[in-house]
Design a protein around this ligand. Sequence first.
Ligand SMILES: Cc1cc2nc3c(=O)[nH]c(=O)nc-3n(C[C@H](O)[C@H](O)[C@H](O)COP(=O)(O)OP(=O)(O)OC[C@H]3O[C@@H](n4cnc5c(N)ncnc54)[C@H](O)[C@@H]3O)c2cc1C
Length: 415
Amino acid sequence: MRRYSAFAIAREAFRHHLGWERAWASPAPKSRYDVIIVGAGGHGLATAYYLGKNHGITNVAVIEKGWLGGGNTGRNTTIIRSNYLQDPSAAIYEKSRSLYENLSQDFNYNVMFSPRGVIMLAQTEHEVRGYKRTAHANALQGVTTEFISPDRVKDLCPIINIDGPRYPVLGGLWQARGGTARHDAVAWGYARACSAMGMDIIQQCEVTGITAQGGKVTGVQTTKGAIGCAKLGIVVAGHSGVLAEMAGFRLPIESVALQALVSEPIKPCMDVVVMANTVHGYMSQSDKGEMVIGGGADGYNNYTQRGSFHHIEETVRALIETFPMISRLKMLRQWGGIVDMTGDRSPIISPTPLGNCFINCGWGTGGFKAIPGSGWATAEMIAGGAPGPLAAAFGLERFREGRFIDESVAAGVAH
Ligand SMILES: Cc1cc2nc3c(=O)[nH]c(=O)nc-3n(C[C@H](O)[C@H](O)[C@H](O)COP(=O)(O)OP(=O)(O)OC[C@H]3O[C@@H](n4cnc5c(N)ncnc54)[C@H](O)[C@@H]3O)c2cc1C
């Protein structure tokens, strides 16, 4: 694979840009692989990438029923932060955030990581106490956050109305090195790097069954035929329950739609990400100038990946008091993704009851930020056969044993 560089851009400028290679190959499936990953979202691709980079396993196929990055990875609002309360969460999200810092250099592809800072507004006394507690926990975990005053919030984000009659801004949890990245670029960068290592990314190929012998996985049935494997990773977010059923086990997961919308593009007016969790809304400004707006998940289970009018109304109504200027914006488009919610709002990175079959799911409304760290931990588990230190607390057995990692405050609405 040719590296991207300033020199390459200059060279191609003289050649009418005819010399660029395809970013990744589109091969036909082989009959067998050492590892098959189902799902070419960010988590599946990152798992494949770190299998190759950290463990030297490159006879890998990533199988995707649609197009790579076309699930939640290409539909999310791209917030990156690691200000979680519980130690195992802070560890994996902070690992992920720190990998994002150098991801573009790591795989020579610009993922447009923008550490512009994230504020989680405290708009009730309860939130003030909660976020102060999180800031103290983060200090012990080595995650840099601080609780800031309303005036500092106003300094960082002048378009905020801090004197709202119902929900005045009482402070905020500020993570200066949180921010955003370009979601498609994250998927594309991982895909290009995997393809360069000789892995096969097979798109438009749905896994329809999982085959096993003697309690161990032997391969998958797909719309492009049967493919054998020694190990299988299921990394399909909202469709995890469907794949688990094929493998013969059940998951404590609910699949619900999470929606977002963007406004018409306007001049730069906000250079931080703001989350207002009491009213269920959050906002940032994209590099194109659109205000990127999201709210809470739908209140019922479904698999439709669509937006709905009630969501626009609820979310915009919730945010208008804190951001009065959005009352004058036209909304341009909306969409939905199917997120996989666990009861404790923490992910599952785990071996499964089927031998040599592993699962990564349950990232719910907040897994974009976790892609590098999750891929790192899942690759470690698949290569070694058991979860490593980053994944150890996120096993399926925690639901049986009652060892929940309760992040319902950090992850219920907040992405
Ligand atoms: C509107 C919205 C806003 C969000 N905002 C944020 C945010 O700001 N910050 C944040 O951190 N997170 C956010 N998230 C959550 C985040 O997007 C997800 O947690 C993350 O992208 C999950 O990635 P994934 O790779 O696990 O899943 P996906 O990207 O959904 O990938 C799974 C893939 O598996 C494929 N698949 C499914 N079944 C099969 C099959 N049978 N055979 C083959 N392939 C199959 C799917 O087609 C899909 O491409 C948001 C999500 C949504 C929907």
